[in-house]
Design a protein around this ligand. Structure first.
Ligand SMILES: Nc1nc2c(ncn2[C@@H]2O[C@H](COP(=O)(O)OP(=O)(O)OP(=O)(O)O)[C@@H](O)[C@H]2O)c(=O)[nH]1
Ligand SMILES: [Mg+2]
Length: 235
């Protein structure tokens, strides 16, 4: 992994004193490895200072970015399992206790550096309610993969997972999917084993998540994006 010292002078030629401000804010040193988290912060700094196109160019010119890739993901699952909350925690870093059902679909976008690619993510948050079933097929189109969500405290939502997998396959064929159990902060009240679904339904993995505490929210997105980058032969 690249270390700060190797890039410092070059970065300073673009950022000037702002680089030192950033280094202090981050509390990093010359021998700090520039992992995806630190690079995402540097990218955000560049975004503020130079705007989107120039920020991408600069990180490319100094050889810290391998490229830019747009990725569309979906989140589906029963009503009320916490799909919107998952998206909001990921994209906005916030959580809302009240429940407002999603009408049709919503979008959340966030740029993140993953394996030194600038990933321009858009997550499509699909409404779980039955009455939106007819329009959902349109919303899956173009997704590279996605999440099937059930609530760890709602056994019906767990039992309904195979139906969601079928809907995904009918619309997208074989795409990488992660299974996520939501609301882990409330305990576990489901009657089956999520790993059984992983084996039988072809998920790439399973994670317990909580939009309230933030547990595994970023991890779930990173894991799925890495699988997609691998599939594309990029990493
Ligand atoms: N305790 C807890 N509550 C959660 C969590 N995630 C969501 N909730 C709550 O569960 C309710 C439903 O969450 P939403 O994110 O709106 O559910 P949804 O899956 O988008 O529902 P639809 O849009 O109707 O399909 C809300 O009251 C949330 O605050 C969580 O991780 N922990
Ligand atoms: Mg919703």
């Amino acid at each position: 992994m690249p270390k700060l010292a190797e890039y410092k002078e070059l970065l300073r030629s673009y950022f000037g004193e702002q680089l030192d401000d950033w280094i202090n804010e981050m509390g990093i040193r010359d021998d700090t490895e520039l992992d995806d988290f630190i690079l995402t912060s540097l990218y955000e700094k560049a975004l503020k200072a130079f705007g989107l196109d120039r920020a991408v160019e600069i990180l490319g010119e100094v050889n810290l970015l391998k490229g830019t890739i747009p990725i569309k993901l979906f989140v589906c699952g029963n009503p009320r399992v916490g799909k919107t909350s998952f998206c909001r925690r990921f994209a906005l870093g916030s959580f809302d206790k009240s429940y407002k059902t999603t009408i049709g679909v919503d979008f959340y976008s966030k740029h993140q550096i993953i394996e030194r690619y600038l990933v321009r993510l858009v997550i499509w948050d699909l409404a779980g309610q039955e009455r939106f079933g007819l329009m959902r097929p349109n919303f899956y189109k173009g997704s590279s993969g996605g999440f099937v969500a059930f609530s760890l405290v709602d056994d019906k939502s767990f039992r309904d997972v195979p139906g969601w997998v079928k809907e995904v396959r009918d619309n997208l064929g074989e795409v990488p999917m992660l299974l996520i159990g939501t609301k882990s902060d409330l305990g576990v009240k489901i009657s089956g084993d999520p790993m059984k679904y992983v084996r039988e339904l072809g998920f790439m993995g399973y994670l317990n998540t909580s939009a309230l505490t933030g547990e595994n929210i970023n991890e779930a997105v990173r894991r799925l994006v890495k699988i997609i980058l691998q599939k594309e032969g990029l990493i």
